[in-house]
Every structure is written in C-alpha cells, then in structure tokens.
Design a protein around this ligand. Structure first.
Ligand code: WT7
Length: 633
C-alpha cells in the first residue's frame, strides 16, 4: 500500500482511518518495511502503569531497511551529501552502496573491540560522515548509540557517559565551527577522568589538532577501519530492543536519557518524513540540525535514509564565511526540501536580504521549521524571501520524547497559517486539557497539550529510571502523555504552540531546564542562591535571565558576572550561559519556601505593571527591591 498523502481529502481520510482503527492503519504502513519476523500484535499500551509496546514480537534491523532492502533500486543513488565547514574544502558524496560498505566496516570495528548488542556507545562528534556511519553501525550490531552534542562541556559529557554506563566513546581530534577549531578530544579526555565504564575511544582525524592518544584505550578511526572486512550481517533486533538513548533537559534534576526502540521508531520516522516533506525520488533534502539533537536523528539520518532519500549533512554554521552560506549550499546542490529552526531564520534576517538575493533558490519546493515557536515576522520573511512565496512552510511540532513529527502541515496539501503547526499527523490524537485535567472540547480553546493514544515512535522510558518517566509525562494528567507545552486550537481547529508551561526554556531551539542552569550557577563559591527564568529574545526565541544572590564583599559585579558565566559554560556548555545576570538581595518566595518564578518572569520581561497577588509571599518587600535594582542598571 502506498502511504503517501497527496490531497487534503486524502489526509482527512487517512486521519480518520488511523483513529478508528489504529491497529489496521499502522499495520498497513509497517508492511512497507522489511521484517525478519512479522509482529503478532500492533500495539499494547497502558499509560497508567506505563508500558508501551509496538509491533510486538516483530524482528528486524533498521539498517537492513536502509541498505539491503533498497540496494538493488538505490545502490548508486547519493545517500549522504556532505558539505564541509570551509566552502573551499571538497565535499563528500556517499552513495547508498558506499555508505553501506562503510557502515559494515565500522560495525566490524565495534565488534572487534567487544561491543555487543545492548552495549551503550557515546558519540561526541562533529557533523561529518563518520558520525552517520557510526550511528548506523551501532544500530546494525544492536549497540545503543547515545549522541552528546559536541558543544556540551566535559562535565555534561561525563554525566551522560556515567548515566548509561557507556563502554566506548567515538570522537574526533577537533571540530571546525566557522572560523574556530574546537579541541574536542581534550574534552573527552577531561570527561573520562570521571568515568570508569569506558575502555575504548575511537578518534576521527578531522582537524589535525594535536591530541594525546592513551595507550590501550585510544584508537584512530582510519587505522581501525582499514583492518576489517566490509561484510557484516546485521544483528536481529526485537521491535522493542533499544535503538538509542538521547539526553534532554527537563524542568527538574539532571538531564534524562530518553529511550527510543527499534520497530516503531523506524515505521514512524519514515512515514512522517515521506509525507510531511513530500519527498520525491531524485530530490535533495537538507535539514540543518546537528545530529546531537533529535531532529538530526530522525530527519537527517533515519527518516530520510529509510525513505531512500538523498540527505545533505552540513558541518558548518549559517554565518560562515558569510550570512549567505545556507543559500549558497541550496544552489550548489539544488536542494529541494530545506528544514531549519526559527532561531537561524531570525539570525539571518538581521543580515538583511542582500545575502539572499545573490542566490537563485529556484530548486526549493518545501521549507520546514522546527524546535521552537516561529513568530509571524520570521514566518513571512522565510516564506517571501527564501520560498519566494511559492514554497509551503511546514511548521513541525514535536519533541525528543515524541521521536517524530506530531503536528504539522503536509507540504502542499494542508493550507498553512503563519505560526501554526496546523493539524496532527495521522495516528496522533492531541487533546487540550485545562489545569484540572478537564478536556476542552471544540475549537477556540487553549490549554495543556496532551496526547491521548500512543504512537509508534514515542518515548518508552527514561534510561535507568522508569518511575521518573511516568512521573514526568504520565502522572500530571493520568491516562495521557503530557508534552509540557501550551497550545491553542483556533476557530478552524488549527493548532498553535504557545510555548512551554513548565520550567523548561528554549534557547535558540535548545532545551534547558532552569534548575540545571541554577545548579551550575550555584557551583560558584560566592553564590548563595539563584533563580533562572526565560525571557523573550529577538533572535534566540528565549534568553536566560539569572537572578543571583551573591556575596559581593570586595568584588565587582563585572568580574562576578564573567566568572558565573564561565562556571555555567564549564558545567553545561556555552549554550547555557545566562544572557543577563541580575544580582539581587533576596528572591521572592512563598511561605513554603518555593521561589515565585511567575514574578521573576514578569520582571525579566519588563512587565511589572501587573505582578498579580504578592501578598502570599514570605518576603513581599523583595519584589520592589529587585525591580529597583533592575531600573538602576
Ligand atoms: C520542545 C521540544 C522537535 C525537535 C527539536 C526540539 C518546542 C519544537 C516546535 C514548533 C513550537 C516547538 C516545544 C517542545 N518546539 N518544535 N514547531 N513550534 N514549539 O526538540 O529539544 O525535545 O524540544 O521544543 O516547546 O516541547 P526538543
């Protein structure tokens, strides 16, 4: 059965079928994949006890669905087009056959070093083809990959390695990022001082940065790969065997290892990729995300490659060597589908349309947006100047936990509305609940975005902490998955995401927990206490505003400011550095000692006219003191 949606009535037709009989609907979609053994039951779930299983008893290997299944048809087709950071460096194109051979070889390297099915392997790598090869090699032998964005600090890397007891780390000597070279191997060395589970580190030579190679531990990728066979038989995986762990921030505690499993993730990422972007064979598709985030997993690697697409991987940044780089690449490779984040659009918008006008962009057919709410101004700029008014924008709402796109227009099929993620994908049953858990029926309502029925690529657990998974997503509104986002359903039944309703902030599309940033700030020896909130930021979407109580004796604000920012950078990574640090005498607290963030958010937004009821505060006088210190600045 073709699962391609081609018309609006076709969408409504498929949507209804998916809701009336999800078993039959997903069964038909899954039949398009290759299973070594077919499933005995499509889905079994219990959101109250938290057990979710898809394609039960099914046996498969996801890489067999990328390679063996397609090699006869797609063997010579480009699978990955890689563009280097430096526009003068020659790119690399790997056909499906060439990529397959590299994946087989690296699978054999992993096996040779004792990595077995179920073992965890950390990737701390730049956007180079080896990163894709490594992910797929893990999947091929049944090892669980966990990619840590290479901008995270040694401390964050160590926490993640220890949380999942990883046996191996894959990295590079250095990373190119615009004009900078970042010595990532040093970061790995630093992290490993705190980790005992890792016994091998494989290093890709990328920047020729000098590194120390520890005997019996550190190995060069190019040496290892030259010594193994290029034949590898894929491991048999159960549908519910782990495919990967990806750490993400929540409103409390340390980052959580979101677990995705094999069968459902495969079916859903392929289905949504083909439909949302309306990929046609021969198209060149480009998603600008980093593979360290879920977007890179689902829509640079797995979804596109399962669909036999040509996927472009870009090592660099949008503004190097200049703000026309994205558009230069679009023209160079005749990109047809382009998928990026609002923060990148807004950043490029500030450079004006000059850099855009130097390029034709005539190949573009579909534009995508992901990661944070897109403001109407950015939507129109993207639509008018990049899409020249002829490319539909798919504003795709989803999360690390959802594995794939949940709410989105189908390109060219669903009429779009600026800043709206529009309608649910087939199989997705969104509901809006008020704070008491009462479902808001009908249109023109807003509240908490929950999902009522399971979907194939949903989170199964948090690695090593099933209870936390239940508490985070399934306890506030029993019987539902709670996204943490606020949403509005307008008069046409279209969905618009309003942003997080919990203590998560979204900085340039990167998710951070306020508690996580506070913990890092509190590591500074002179800091007594801190409270972090988000505030509207023109480019980043949200910026980080930190209120800090600090012992300032004999110290200048400027030096403390620098030191605290440095501390956060070392503890988490540069992306978590506060934009504004406000030194305050005290923090507004309730009688039970809880920080009243609502008030701090309003002050950060410069909206102090209506602070609401402050009489229940333990220390109402502090609010005025904070406002005064803001005005003083
Ligand atoms: C959070 C998830 C989805 C992959 C990248 C981010 C926000 C994501 C949209 C959108 C408005 C969006 C939500 C969500 N978000 N896409 N199209 N419109 N908000 O994944 O790091 O797991 O973050 O990003 O707040 O909960 P993530």
């Amino acid at each position: 059965m073709s699962s391609k949606i081609e018309t609006l009535s076709g969408y409504f037709h498929d949507y209804q079928k998916s809701i009336v009989n999800p078993h039959r609907f997903w069964s038909r979609i899954a039949e398009n994949s290759h299973w070594r053994e077919k499933w005995t039951k499509v889905v079994e779930h219990d959101f109250k006890k938290l057990s979710i299983k898809w394609f039960i008893d099914g046996k498969l290997n996801i890489t067999e669905n990328i390679f063996e299944k397609n090699l006869f048809i797609f063997g010579d087709k480009p699978a990955i087009i890689w563009e280097a950071n430096d526009p003068n460096e020659k790119g690399v194109t790997l056909s499906y056959r060439e990529l397959f051979i590299e994946v087989c070889k690296f699978s054999n390297v992993l096996l040779k070093h004792g990595i077995k099915k179920g073992d965890r392997v950390i990737l701390y790598m730049p956007m180079i083809p080896e990163a894709a090869i490594a992910m797929l090699a893990c999947a091929r032998i049944g090892a669980v990959h966990s990619i840590v964005f290479a901008g995270f600090s040694a401390q964050s890397l160590a926490e993640r390695i220890n949380d999942c007891d990883a046996k191996m780390v894959l990295t590079s000597d250095g990373n190119y990022r615009g004009a900078k070279v970042i010595p990532v191997k040093d970061v790995v060395d630093e992290a490993l001082k705190q980790c005992s589970s890792v016994n091998k580190v494989i290093v890709v030579k990328r920047t020729k940065t000098e590194v120390t190679m520890k005997a019996h531990q550190d190995l060069w990728w190019h040496e290892e790969i030259s010594e193994v066979s290029d034949v590898n038989i894929a491991e048999t995986m159960d549908s519910e065997d782990l495919l990967f762990i990806l750490y993400t921030s929540g409103s409390t505690g340390k980052p959580k290892g979101v677990v995705h499993t094999t069968g459902g993730y495969m079916v859903y990422t392929k289905y949504t990729f083909e439909n949302v972007f309306q990929y046609s064979q021969g198209d060149v598709y480009w998603c600008t995300a980093d593979i360290g985030w879920i977007t890179g997993h689902s829509y640079i690697i797995y979804g596109p490659l399962l669909a036999g697409a040509t996927t472009l991987m870009f090592e660099g940044i949008p503004t190097y060597p200049d703000a026309g780089r994205f558009w230069e690449i679009v023209d160079k490779y005749k990109v047809n589908q382009f998928y990026t984040a609002p923060t990148a659009i807004r950043a490029l918008q500030t450079h004006g349309i000059e850099p855009v006008l130097k390029h034709s962009l005539a190949s573009l057919k579909v534009l995508g947006s992901v990661g944070e709410p897109i403001n109407e101004e950015a939507w129109h700029w993207y639509h008018d100047h990049i899409g020249k008014g002829r490319c539909p924008i798919v504003d795709t709402w989803w999360q690390t936990e959802t594995g794939g796109i949940m709410l989105s227009p189908i390109a060219g099929v669903t009429p779009t509305k600026p800043a709206y993620a529009t309608l649910p994908m087939p199989g997705i049953l969104p509901v809006i609940l008020d704070n008491d858990g009462v479902e808001l029926i009908g249109n023109s309502v807003e509240g908490n975005l929950c999902i009522q029925f399971p979907w194939p690529s949903m989170i199964r657990t948090i690695y090593g902490d099933h209870k936390r998974c239940f508490e985070t997503y399934f306890s506030q509104f029993p019987g539902y998955y709670f996204s943490g986002d606020g949403v509005k359903r307008d008069e046409d039944g279209y969905y618009r995401i309003l942003g997080r309703v919990d203590d998560v902030i979204n900085v340039s599309g990167h998710r951070l927990g306020t508690a996580e940033v506070e913990n890092a700030i509190n590591e500074h020896p002179l800091v007594v206490e801190s409270a972090v909130v988000g505030f509207a930021h023109d480019i980043k979407g949200q910026g980080i505003y930190a209120y800090v109580i600090c012992d300032m004796t004999n110290r200048s604000e400027a030096s403390l400011n620098l030191e605290i920012r440095e501390m956060v950078s070392n503890m988490i990574g540069p992306l978590a550095k506060p934009d504004i640090i406000q030194f305050v005498p005290d923090l507004p607290k309730t009688r039970s000692g809880k920080i009243m963030r609502r008030i701090l958010r309003k002050i950060a937004e410069n909206d102090t006219s209506n602070l609401g009821d402050t009489s229940t505060l333990l220390n109402p006088e502090v609010v005025d003191a904070i406002i005064k210190s803001v005005n003083k600045k």
